[in-house]
Design a protein around this ligand. Structure first.
Ligand SMILES: NC(=O)c1ccc[n+]([C@@H]2O[C@H](COP(=O)([O-])OP(=O)(O)OC[C@H]3O[C@@H](n4cnc5c(N)ncnc54)[C@H](OP(=O)(O)O)[C@@H]3O)[C@@H](O)[C@H]2O)c1
Length: 334
């Protein structure tokens, strides 16, 4: 148990890195009653000030050190690119701040263990921003499956293709900036399969590598004792519908729209087929449930969200490490 935040004031967010996802998530933070964008830091002070100006004139800093030293912040959102997640999360934790860390939480499982252990030892909240797991439709699918709506689980199919043409300078292809389909996109289908099936007994991985050395398209076959399996696919270059399906002995549940942000669920049971509407349709960019979960945990004094347990975050990175090892993809310094 960590110190609980009072219910009387909004959770004051400090945004570390003023890039694409920071903008998307801040848009949703300011839609909530219980949270505010209190400060933002970027490597460039002018860019940080511009960003802050778009979110109610919050404080802005030209260095991350100044941000984490700000005493009037309740949580730091690490929204830089993934090679920096480890050092930026540790910077915040060492300054005594809880952290929400963008996905993938780190480049590899060893770094993730270090960061999450540091947070636990400091009695501070830490969570990977794996927003898919907080999505109400995904949670409803979990509930339906545990209620036996589709019988016994037999398998999962999930994919994420981004359709970004090869460009050696693009973040997704630049190994120095954490480029690679597995870490950027594959983390979603892997998390989806892990959520419903747990750790596989055997994994077969195959893939195509971009000229920069980053993995570009990857397919994985997971096998479990007892015959259950998963087919998972991700690609930086190829566009895809990005749906996911859980297959059961008497039916199936499929996401409508991308599995990381579904717009509905299609449930096919032995008796009927029906659609479940998106309960957060039209509510910002879809990050509201993730923001609400951070707020809930901070107000309850939790150091870990039961929706995104540290052990799962680490196990998923171990699976991604193993897949990268098969493909021979290494990041600088690994
Ligand atoms: N949850 C989601 O839906 C979602 C969606 C997209 C991305 N993400 C994740 O969020 C993270 C950021 O993605 P993004 O699309 O927002 O990336 P981005 O806009 O390219 O970069 C984010 C920030 O990282 C810093 N940065 C970027 N390139 C850098 C470099 N070469 N060296 C040092 N710092 C660099 C910059 O911080 P300054 O502003 O301080 O300069 C930049 O503003 C990634 O880990 C990604 O996987 C999550």
């Amino acid at each position: 148990m960590s110190e609980k935040l009072s219910d009387d004031q909004p959770v004051r967010w400090g945004i570390l890195g003023a890039g694409g996802i920071a903008e998307t998530v801040c848009h949703d933070i300011v839609l909530t009653d219980g949270n505010s964008v209190a400060a933002v830091a970027a490597r460039d002070a002018g860019r940080a000030a511009d960003f802050a100006g778009r979110y109610g004139g919050s404080r802005s800093y030209g260095s991350y050190d100044e941000l984490v030293a700000d005493p009037d912040l309740d949580v730091i959102y690490v929204a830089t690119t993934h090679p920096s997640h480890r050092s930026h999360a540790l910077l915040a934790i060492e300054a005594g701040k809880p952290v929400l860390i963008e996905k993938p939480v780190c480049l590899n499982a060893a770094d993730a263990r270090e960061v999450l252990t540091a947070a636990a030892e400091a009695d501070l909240f830490a969570m990977e921003a794996m927003w898919m797991r907080t999505n109400p439709l995904i949670r409803q699918a979990e509930q339906l499956i545990s209620d036996g709506a589709i019988g016994e689980i037999r398998g999962v199919r999930a994919e994420f293709g981004a359709g970004v043409p090869f460009d050696q300078h693009h973040r997704m292809y630049d190994l120095d900036n954490g480029g690679g389909a597995l870490l950027d996109l594959g983390v979603y289908p892997v998390t989806f399969a892990y959520l419903f099936l747990g750790r596989p007994s055997r994994v077969t991985t195959t893939g195509r590598i971009a000229p920069t050395g980053a993995d570009m398209t990857v397919a994985m076959q997971w096998a479990y004792d007892g015959g259950t399996g998963a087919q998972l696919w991700c690609s930086s270059a190829i566009p895809a519908p990005n749906q996911a399906v859980v297959l059961g002995s008497t039916g199936w549940i499929a996401t409508e729209g991308a599995a990381h942000r579904p717009t509905g669920l299609l449930v096919h049971t032995a008796e009927e087929e029906y659609r479940i509407e998106d309960p957060i349709a039209g509510q910002g960019n879809g990050y509201g449930p993730e923001i609400a979960e951070v707020e809930r945990c901070l107000r309850a004094g939790l150091t870990e969200s039961p929706l995104i347990p540290h052990a799962d975050t680490i196990a998923i990175l171990e699976l991604l490490d193993e897949a990268r090892a098969v493909l021979g993809v290494k990041y600088p310094g690994e």
